[in-house]
Design a protein around this ligand. Sequence first.
Ligand code: 13P
Ligand code: SF4
Length: 373
Amino acid sequence: MNSNITTTPDTVQGAEHFIMLSDEQAEARIVAARAQLGQRAVLLAHHYQRESVFRHADLTGDSLKLARLAANTDAEFIVFCGVHFMAEVADILSRPEQISILPDLAAGCPMADMADLTKVERCWDELTHILGTPDTRITPVTYINSAADLKAFCGEHGGIVCTSTNAPGIIDWALAQREKVLFFPDQHLGRWTGHKKGIPLDQMAVWDPDLENGGLTPEEIEHARILLWKGHCSVHQMFQVEHIRSWRAQHPDGWVISHPECNLDVCRESDYVGSTEFIINTVTAAPSGTRWLVGTELNLVSRLAEQLKPQDKIVKFMAPTVCMCSTMQRIDLQHLAWVLENLANGNIVNPIRVPAREAELARTALTRMLEIP
Ligand code: 13P
Ligand code: SF4
């Protein structure tokens, strides 16, 4: 850690002094703090960030791209405008002297919270009773949208992490190690990926962590190739196949693109399915004059629609109602000004530090993922 930096509480300016700022005032203080910090701080932002924050990012991306960027930056401070698990990954993959910062600690991912270590360990014990030794029969795969201790669990048990970009390659890897996969916490990403791999739906059983043996019989567990944790993203469950059908009826020449956290029917009815970065790249590269229906978070879709207007492309949000990732929204100009100004003054606020042993095991699972082409 830099010797000029202190975490002494009484030198820290409290967030309450910043909450009251107007956007313009916060903006001016961000610009001033960044000028003072220079190359010492890098600002990473996920595509779901609100536009006012996104504009300040040095680097943007989906979860996989951001993980790689965090692993490769030389900056002393990685200010992560995203959600908690992303800042944890940045801490795990960066060097020990680098510090990952989340401007608002309440910016979590509700889907990630649908699996926790206690429940996953209980699941593993129950599988031990039914299958004998799960460590030789099941590869645990955690979506990157999960807490560091679940990544560590995967690292310890021969498992791996996946993202919405690389899930198909990771499932291939996992099934090459062992005959079955335990996939958590997003059943929809797991189901879509298994479906694309040609695994029949009856061989993908849903594991309900609140029921004994996941609510499955020993025969169903034996029959399954993928056990899908009963978790989901509420934002992506707002998109329904009816939205696609009624839009296609009006625009038969239009294209539909969705994120794989959407349900299987939505993914099946879409022309393209992929990560946030894939969605942006695909629509951006499409010929001018094309029309798109997009099934992912609203901030991304609104930004894309604005950017592509000059190319005469029409980009429309899939759901008829507003649905945003409310936790991503927690990062605003005021919180960003708060952390940056404190950093510029030598105070670290909201550092994300994963305990050493947990980080080491989680790094094992993340490194396995990053090594797969
Ligand atoms: P991406 O990795 O595709 O950006 O997805 C992250 C996420 O949380 C989607 O809801
Ligand atoms: Fe989590 Fe869904 Fe928000 Fe993505 S959109 S961060 S999965 S709650």
